[in-house]
Design a protein around this ligand. Sequence first.
Ligand SMILES: Cc1cc2nc3c(=O)[nH]c(=O)nc-3n(C[C@H](O)[C@H](O)[C@H](O)COP(=O)(O)O)c2cc1C
Length: 438
Amino acid sequence: MKAAAARGDGAAQKRVLLIVSGGIAAYKALELVRLLKTSGVDVRCVLTKAATEFVTPLSLQALSGEPVGQDLFSLTDEQEMGHIVLSRSADLVVVAPATANILAKMAQGLADDLATTLLLATDTPVMVAPAMNVRMWEHPATQANMALLVDRGVMVVGPDEGEMACGEFGAGRFVEPPMLRDAILGWFGGQSSSGAAAASVGFQGAALGWEPLAGRRALVTAGPTHEPVDPVRYLGNRSSGLQGYAIAAALVVLGARVTLVSGPVSLADPAGVNVVRVETGLEMERAVRAALPVDIAVCAAAVADWRVDGISGRKLKKRADMAPPVLTLVPNPDILAILSAPGPERPTLVVGFAAETDDVEVNAVAKRTRKGCDWIVANDVSAGTNVMGGPDNRAVLITEDGIERWPLLPKADLARRLAQRIAARFEAPVMASGGERV
Ligand SMILES: Cc1cc2nc3c(=O)[nH]c(=O)nc-3n(C[C@H](O)[C@H](O)[C@H](O)COP(=O)(O)O)c2cc1C
């Protein structure tokens, strides 16, 4: 996937490989091709056998101006452009409409026709626009397949809710082609402006309709705390709040109702998030308790371990004839341990962060046990990594199942990945991992 994302970065002419599968909404693929072409995007189409029952290859060929692929074993197609080359020929693969059947095949890695073979062979980012009857969409099998696909990084646009071709009402309608066109152009825009899909969270906020965390409440803490010494001085740390804010935004995108308890940072409130601003560790503890009960708690804040005992009400004066003041520190409340403690208000999933400078994994595994939380996201914050306050993060996710080492990612991407792992955990407890398992 990364190779193609990089291709999408530089190339002026964007190319989409559009896979049309066999649903009643297949005719809308014609409109999508037209819209993409008028937006300056090259489109090459592949149809499943079932799709040809709904839309003709000739129509798609005429609109796209490119040959249409249908048959894995076609001598002429393979000679002109083999399926492996075809699978790598685009900046983005879009499956629209995506039937329940093709989503299931993608989830399982089946490759029994040209469309699914391309999907298995491609290293290009994939976007799907599901369209099906509401019962098919709500079926646990489809939902589990979706969770798997999202966990692997597949982008999802739609489906919409409304009246369906079959006369029923509910979720499963194909998104309108202009919205899908906007989602595709938005993704290309995010790629070229910030690289490495850094803007994907924002883009999905506009376009993603799949909300696996709908009805779930989440609490995220972010930023540093400032522990006052006197009215003008405080003890603080370098946390920027970027990672926690991105996580709050990513959880909202997946449908959660999110309260973000934030220490002092210079970031704007993420859209759709209830932000509670605090300054000290004690205030953060109070705000966290007030936000309960929640289903999910993600503690990304760098809460000061200690606060000053006996804060001076007046500015401490420097005097040549006096020794410097001695600060006595007392422990701050351990918010992660408080949330992780068994009890009626314990969130179903508690995720802690471990900022470490030495023996990152060993210390993080120990922290998970010590605090009693479910997952730990560990990062190496030693000098030179630029994680604290910087734009990127390299995390190790420690769960009950093992250790996943994630690559260096923009913080928005890491947030999206974590939110998707959380959604997968709530959707279907046993999930494939997107990272390296040990
Ligand atoms: C009239 C008709 C409409 C259909 N519409 C849909 C649909 O909207 N979504 C869907 O998932 N399947 C739909 N199906 C079922 C698919 O065509 C069937 O599952 C097929 O195997 C899909 O093949 P494909 O995924 O390879 O394209 C429809 C079938 C018929 C006969």
